[in-house]
Design a protein around this ligand. Structure first.
Ligand code: UDP
Ligand code: MG
Length: 319
């Protein structure tokens, strides 16, 4: 198969008006100096600032920039997925729009692809640019994901290269609740890591509020693993076992004549068991909710508008 372009850079953005011009000028510098035949696909995930107008302006100046805007905010995974599907390059590199990812690592990513790796993960060498809270919650998240049986790559967000072969495999995943960070390692191609220093966010602020992060983590776990259901079943089994022991204890105490009015014990067990049952119901409900949204087969996102790339510049040589 022949490819129109060597490289597609896919960027998901949500209210990033301040960083876009600088981001694009850095990317252009790197790709042009390396002579890649490229395209940049900017997926606007329902921004309500001037981001989409800026994408229009940038695409007018550089025909290699394509823009796609969603009708509303569907989340970064949906935006990246759409970018993947629209990409025409031999390889696709995804990155954030906030200049935190190291654009200068792009040639290193491509060199590794040329050595035969189909997926290259950009991994942070440290998390100094994050707040203490984010560092701690991220570390709990990765541990939890590992325990739940979903293999994610630690300290890797969405700065990664995927070959067209790997993307073809990704197209086979039809689920609506797409958890890219879990699915990409699952498709099982030859992969490697590139370590990079993640910079501070210079403009704007994080678009991941605590609520969004929590929903992302919950989504990740319930999209990937049925282990929480098993943990619940085990907890139920343990509780039943303990209650049989408790029954023996109560009977023996009764016959030994040492029973006292057991108000405290009764109230405690009601609260405890009630709590456990509610928790279990909540987890089961979470999975049922997921089944519900999957069977409806709603579209992952709705595209509002598209700005096209009209032409591609000449390159020195192909990948
Ligand atoms: N983003 C998005 N949709 C969202 C939230 C974020 O496309 O609903 C984009 C955002 O514009 C940025 C990237 O995802 O390009 C990472 O977001 P952010 O920098 O806010 O996350 P953080 O680096 O704080 O984890
Ligand atoms: Mg960021």
């Amino acid at each position: 198969m022949t490819y129109e372009k060597d490289l597609s850079i896919v960027i998901s953005l949500f209210n990033e008006e301040e960083s876009l011009p600088e981001l694009i000028s850095w990317i252009e510098k790197v790709v042009v100096s390396n002579g890649y035949k490229y395209e940049i696909i900017m997926v606007d995930d329902g921004s309500n600032d001037r981001s989409w107008e800026i994408v229009h302006e940038l695409s007018r100046k550089n025909p290699c920039i394509r823009g796609i805007s969603f009708r509303r905010n569907y989340g970064k995974s949906a935006a990246l997925y759409h970018g993947f599907m629209a990409a025409e390059g031999r390889v696709v590199i995804t990155m954030d729009a906030d200049l935190q990812d190291d654009i200068y690592k792009i040639p290193e990513f491509i060199a590794l692809f040329q050595q035969g790796y189909q997926i290259v993960y950009g991994v942070r060498s440290n998390r100094k640019s994050d707040t203490y809270f984010k560092q701690k919650t991220a570390s709990v998240f990765y541990k939890l994901m590992g325990f739940m049986g979903a293999g994610t790559v630690d300290d890797h967000a969405d700065f990664r290269l995927m070959s067209n072969k790997a993307l073809e495999a990704l197209r086979g995943y039809k689920e609506v609740n797409l958890f890219l960070r879990g699915i990409v390692p699952l498709i099982g191609f030859e992969s490697t890591k590139v370590y990079y220093e993640r910079k501070q966010r210079v403009t704007g602020e994080t678009k991941y509020s605590f609520r969004k992060m929590l929903s992302f983590a919950l989504d990740g776990i319930t999209s990937f693993s049925v282990r929480p259901l098993r943990v619940i079943a085990l907890a139920g089994l343990l509780c039943s076992g303990l209650s049989i022991l408790g029954l023996f204890y109560a009977l023996i105490s009764y016959f030994a004549g040492v029973t006292v009015p057991g108000w405290t014990a009764i109230v405690c067990s009601i609260w405890m068991l009630g709590g456990i049952q509610l928790l279990c119901l909540g987890v089961v409900g979470e999975y049922i909710g997921k089944i519900f949204s999957e069977v409806k087969q709603r579209p992952r996102y709705i595209v509002d508008e598209v700005v096209f790339c009209q032409d591609t510049p000449q390159s020195k040589d192909s990948l």
